[in-house]
Design a protein around this ligand. Structure first.
Ligand code: GH3
Ligand code: MG
Ligand code: MG
Length: 511
C-alpha cells in the first residue's frame, strides 16, 4: 500500500509500545504519590494488562487483515490511558505523554490525516478522567494545549514517514532499473562474444565446417535447435542440413517450396520470427514434435541470391529476445560469407577440377567412382561412419533379366543414394554392385541411418535387396582399417541372410 508500512510491522510496533508503556507504568508505580492521590495496586494491574495485551498484539496475524485493522488498537489504548490517568492522580507531567506516543505511532503506521480522525476520541479519553476528578477548568486548558500538539506530532511523523518511504521506493526502483540494464548489457556482450567466436572459426575452417560452427554458435546463444535449409537452383525444393537439436530424419528427404517457413523467409528476403511456432500454419510437424516452441528464420545471402535459410529455435517462447534475433542474423551473415568464400574458391578450382571431376564420377550411376571413394576415405574424421553397401544376388538379376536391366538397377541405386543422403554425406560406387557411403558425424546413429537406407530401398525395389556393413571411424585408426571393419560387417550381413545391416563393434574379431 502506497505511503504506509505493512499491517504486520504496524501491529508489532503497537504491541511493543503496549509492552514498554505498561512496563514503564509498572516500574514507576512505587514512586507515585501516596494514596489517595495514586492507587498503586490499580496502576500495577493496568501495567500487567498493558504488557499482556502487548504480547498478544505482537503475535496476532496482522498480515491477513487490512491496513486499517491496527487502528482498532487505538480505542483500547485510550481506555488504558484514561484509567492510568485516573489512578495516577492526574499528574500534570505524566498526563499527555502516552497521548503523544499514540499519535506518533499513528503517524508512523498510517496515512496522513489519520490522527485528525481520532481527535474526538482522544479528546473524550483525555477529558473523562479529569472531569470525573472534578478539575474541569484545568482539564479544558490542558486539553486545548495537548490535543493540537498530539495532532501536530501525528501529522509531522506521517509526513516524514511518507517522504522516507517515497525516497526508499525511488531508490529501489533505480536499483532495479540498474540491475536490468546491467543484465541486458551482459547478455548483449555474451551474444557478441559468441558471434565473434563464430567469425574466428570462419577464418580458419573449411566452409562445411563453418556452417557447422554457425549452428553450434546458435546453441551457444542459449537456443536449443538450429539447422540450414539449402535451396536447389530453382528454389522449387530444399533440403535441411547441419541439424542441431532436431530429428535427423528431417535431413533424409527434400521439402517442396510449399512446406515450412523457410521458403517464405527466402521469398520475402527478411527474418521471420515465429513466437508461437506450433500455432503457425506453416509449422512442420516433426519440428513441433521435437519440442520447438519458438523459431527465428533468417536468410543467408550470397551476393544477390538467398541460397539458404538459417533456422534457430527454442523450446521456450521467451528465448527469442531482441538481441538474440540480431545475433542469429549476424551468424547468418557469417554463413553467407562462408558460402561466398567457398564459391570463390570453387570458381578458382572449377577449371582445374573439371578434368579431375570427370575422372572421379561414375558414368553409369552419376555418383563418385572408386577413385572418389578413395578420396572420401582420405577425408575420414573420428565420428564419421563408413557404410559398404552391396546388392544381393546381383549376378542373378543379370542372368535372369539381362545386363541392361542390371545396369538400370545400378542407375536407380545412384539416384536413390543421391536423394537419400544428407547434405554433408557422400556416396561413391566402390565396385561393380558395391557402394561406399560416408556418413559424417553419426557415430551412435550409424546403424539406424544405414537401416533406413536398406528399408527405403526395399520399398523401392522389393525384388532386389541390399546388404550393408557399417563401421565408425575411431581416433588413431587408419581409414584402411575402418574400411576393413565395414567390409567384415558387410560379410557378416551376407552370411546371416542378406537384406540387412551389420555394424562392426569394437569387440568384434576381424574377419
Ligand atoms: P551377393 O549377394 O553375395 O553379393 O551375390 P552377387 O551375385 O550380388 O555377387 P557376385 O559378386 O557373385 O556378383 C556380382 C555381379 O555384379 C557380377 C557382375 O556380372 C555384376 N556386375 C558388376 N558390374 C556390373 C555392371 O556394371 N553392370 C551389370 N549389369 N552388372 C555388373
Ligand atoms: Mg552382390
Ligand atoms: Mg559384390
Amino acid at each position: 500500500m502506497d505511503g504506509s508500512i505493512s499491517p504486520r510491522i504496524a501491529g508489532r510496533l503497537a504491541g511493543a509500545l503496549f509492552v514498554s508503556c505498561g512496563a514503564l507504568v509498572g516500574m514507576t508505580a512505587p514512586v507515585m504519590p501516596a494514596p489517595p492521590a495514586a492507587n498503586r495496586p490499580a496502576l500495577v494491574a493496568l501495567a500487567l494488562v498493558a504488557v499482556t495485551a502487548g504480547a498478544i498484539i505482537w503475535e496476532l496475524p496482522w498480515d491477513r487483515w487490512s491496513q486499517g485493522a491496527t487502528l482498532w488498537l487505538v480505542p483500547p489504548a485510550f481506555v488504558l490511558m484514561a484509567l492510568h490517568n485516573y489512578y495516577s492522580g492526574i499528574e500534570g507531567f505524566r498526563y499527555p505523554v502516552f497521548f503523544f506516543v499514540t499519535f506518533a505511532w499513528m503517524g508512523a503506521s498510517h496515512p496522513p490525516r489519520t490522527s485528525l480522525k481520532f481527535l474526538p476520541l482522544a479528546g473524550a479519553a483525555y477529558l473523562v478522567p479529569l472531569l470525573v476528578a472534578n478539575r474541569s477548568a484545568e482539564a479544558l486548558s490542558s486539553a486545548l494545549f495537548t490535543l493540537p500538539v498530539c495532532v501536530l506530532v501525528g501529522e509531522a511523523v506521517a509526513w516524514m514517514a511518507r517522504r522516507l518511504r517515497q525516497t526508499l521506493t525511488a531508490l529501489d526502483l533505480a536499483n532495479q532499473a540498474l540491475e536490468v540494464a546491467r543484465a541486458e548489457s551482459q547478455h548483449r556482450a555474451d551474444l557478441l562474444a559468441t558471434v565473434a567466436r563464430a567469425g574466428g572459426a570462419i577464418a580458419s575452417l573449411q566452409s562445411e565446417q563453418v556452417l557447422g560452427a554457425v549452428v553450434d554458435s546458435v546453441l551457444d546463444l542459449g537456443l536449443d535447435a538450429a539447422a540450414f535449409c539449402f535451396f536447389d537452383g530453382q528454389a522449387a525444393t530444399y533440403r535441411v542440413g547441419h541439424l542441431r537439436g532436431l530429428p535427423e530424419a528431417l535431413a533424409l528427404r527434400s521439402f517442396p517450396a510449399t512446406e515450412g517457413l523457410a521458403p517464405r523467409c527466402r521469398a520475402e528476403g527478411r527474418t521471420i520470427i515465429a513466437e508461437d511456432y506450433p500455432a503457425h500454419a506453416l509449422a512442420i510437424p516433426a519440428i513441433v514434435e521435437a519440442g520447438v516452441r519458438a523459431a527465428v528464420l533468417t536468410p543467408v545471402r550470397l551476393e544477390d541470391t538467398i541460397p539458404a535459410v538459417l533456422i534457430a529455435a527454442a523450446t521456450q517462447p521467451t528465448a527469442l529476445r531482441g538481441n538474440t534475433v540480431e545475433s542469429v542474423e549476424l551468424l547468418a551473415a557469417q554463413a553467407g560469407r562462408a558460402l561466398a568464400n567457398a564459391q570463390t574458391h570453387e570458381h578458382q578450382r572449377r577449371t582445374s577440377q573439371a578434368l579431375a571431376e570427370a575422372t572421379l564420377r561414375d558414368d553409369l550411376t552419376g555418383i563418385g567412382n572408386r577413385r572418389h571413394a578413395g578420396a572420401l576415405l582420405e577425408s575420414l574424421l573420428p565420428g564419421d561412419a563408413v557404410a559398404l553397401l552391396d546388392i544381393d544376388h546381383f549376378k542373378a538379376v543379370n542372368d535372369r533379366d539381362g545386363h541392361a536391366a542390371g545396369d538400370a538397377v545400378l542407375e536407380a541405386m545412384g539416384s536413390y543414394l543421391r536423394e537419400q543422403l544428407r547434405y554433408e554425406d557422400s556416396a561413391a560406387r566402390y565396385g561393380g554392385e558395391e557402394f561406399l557411403v560416408l556418413l559424417r558425424q553419426v557415430s551412435d546413429r550409424a546403424f539406424e541411418t544405414a537401416q533406413r537406407l536398406v528399408e527405403g530401398w526395399r520399398l523401392l525395389q522389393p525384388a532386389v535387396t541390399i546388404s550393408v556393413g557399417v563401421a565408425v571411424h575411431r581416433a588413431q585408426e587408419s581409414s584402411a582399417a575402418t574400411l576393413g571393419h565395414a567390409d567384415s560387417a558387410l560379410y557378416a550381413a551376407k552370411r546371416t541372410g542378406r537384406d540387412r545391416v551389420c555394424e562392426y563393434a569394437l569387440e568384434d574379431v576381424p574377419g
